[in-house]
Design a protein. Structure first.
Length: 224
């Protein structure tokens, strides 16, 4: 009984210092129900309550971080496995992918002088399309030019945006002919806003009306 009394006194003292139940149980090895009975009438000061609240919040944040790390690890594993399933692309596979990309995002033949124009904001898609133009279609580098489509609110970042696309494409700044300004949308749905916004890049091929018709034929061939 004397031992229990000492344990109870110690538990109450620790509680008054703002210790949590789990912290007290590490020093006072009793059943949690017993500890709860001992401490039910022990009040806590505002500072002590704040400490416990902060401790619970920290525990929640640690739990959330553990879940996030697990999710990232699982996502990485899935992506790596999927990536290995693709393997090395053959020239024919790259050719078909490029045709499908142009079918989805490229300009279509509307007038006799229509040229190749392909626009997107995804840097990986731009790289793949340029690879298709250069490696599969054998388009000379000198015949490829670029236009940047940018919202007016990013006017001060014009040179930064151009340099970003120069780095992505590995082409000279001289081949970036124009910046076309878009009207500002007060409620943009896109996520890449602010410093992450680099507009849209349009890839153009000079004197390519015959090439445009050839691509149209490739698309028809895929459909059939």
């Amino acid at each position: 009984m004397i031992l229990k009394t000492k344990e109870k006194e110690k538990a109450i003292k620790l509680r008054k210092r703002g210790r949590s139940y789990s912290e007290i149980l590490k020093e006072v090895p009793v059943a949690k129900s017993t500890l709860s009975l001992w401490l039910r009438s022990v009040g806590l000061a505002k500072r002590q309550k704040q400490r416990l609240t902060e401790k619970r919040l920290a525990a929640l944040l640690r739990g959330a971080q553990v879940k996030r790390n697990h999710r990232l690890a699982v996502t990485k594993e899935i992506k790596n496995k999927a990536k290995s399933e693709v393997g090395k692309l053959s020239n024919r596979e790259l050719w078909l992918i490029g045709v499908a990309l142009y079918w989805a995002e490229g300009s279509k033949e509307r007038v006799k002088s229509s040229n190749i124009q392909f626009g997107n904001s995804d840097p990986q898609m731009i790289k793949l399309f340029l690879r298709w133009l250069r490696k599969v279609c054998k388009v000379p580098k000198k015949d490829i030019t670029f236009e940047v489509y940018l919202h007016k609110t990013a006017a001060k970042r014009k040179r930064e945006v151009q340099n970003y696309w120069v780095k992505i494409t590995n082409f000279s700044l001289n081949q970036f002919q124009k910046v076309r300004w878009k009207k500002h949308n007060l409620n943009p749905k896109r996520k890449n806003i602010g410093k992450n916004y680099y507009g849209q890049l349009r890839v153009c091929v000079r004197k390519s009306s015959s090439f445009t018709r050839k691509i149209a034929g490739w698309i028809e061939g895929i459909c059939q």
